[in-house]
Design a binder for this molecule. Structure first.
Ligand code: GRF
Length: 192
């Protein structure tokens, strides 16, 4: 029997540095047996240029009333894993149920802390700093219809230094994300 190649779809809204991390990990064989079959964006973003550059099939979905139907249709039926890598649209229950335990998300905090509605990007890091937390980190979790509520797959924490601001924390957390995202994909797909 041949080795299974796991097909993943990556959903993005922003810079796509986590997408780039997956692309690079596949190229270097750090992430073997994986192929990105589709990149889907819900807005114009730098991440789409990365897909274009690496010749990965990609699509930009307009946020109109057909958005959720178009999103459903854009995911190839043979997708093994959907990775939300900075995707800002909230997925509908129907979508989450169809792809139950096949959608993972990377979140820039130690969930369940600093998760839920409005807790994305800089908002998370500002809240963490404002509350004088001693540590923060990143979490990869399964996606369910409750925002940031699905089962945690991997989490890693980092210490917050005295005087650290939200921008610096964001940079540090991004580094943690690059580390745990690849590990989480391997874990979920049972890749050694
Ligand atoms: C990351 O911080 C991720 O945790 C959050 O969105 C950001 C995406 O960054 N969900 P990038 O687009 O991968 O650079």
């Amino acid at each position: 029997m041949g080795i299974k190649i796991n097909k993943i779809a990556v959903l993005i809204s922003g810079g796509g540095t986590n997408l780039q991390r997956i692309i690079d990990a596949i190229a270097s064989k750090e992430l073997p047996q994986v192929e990105i079959i589709k990149v889907i964006a819900d807005r114009e973003c730098t991440g789409l240029e990365r897909a274009e550059k690496h010749k990965i099939p990609h699509i930009l979905l307009e946020k109109n009333k057909e958005f959720y139907q178009n999103l459903m249709n854009a995911i190839p039926q043979d997708t093994d894993l959907i990775v939300l890598a900075g995707f800002l649209s909230i997925l509908k229950t129907e979508f989450c149920e169809k792809w139950h335990r096949k959608i993972i998300n990377i979140h820039p905090s130690l969930l369940p802390k600093y998760g839920g509605k409005g807790m994305w990007g800089a908002n998370v890091h500002k809240a963490v700093i404002t509350n004088h937390e001693k540590e923060s980190g990143a979490t990869v979790h399964y996606v369910t219809s409750g925002i940031d509520e699905g089962e945690i797959i991997l989490q890693k924490s980092i210490k917050i230094m005295k005087g650290e601001n939200a921008d610096w924390l964001a940079v540090k957390v991004h580094q943690i994300e690059y580390e745990i995202l690849i590990k989480a994909i391997k874990k979920v797909l049972n890749i050694d």
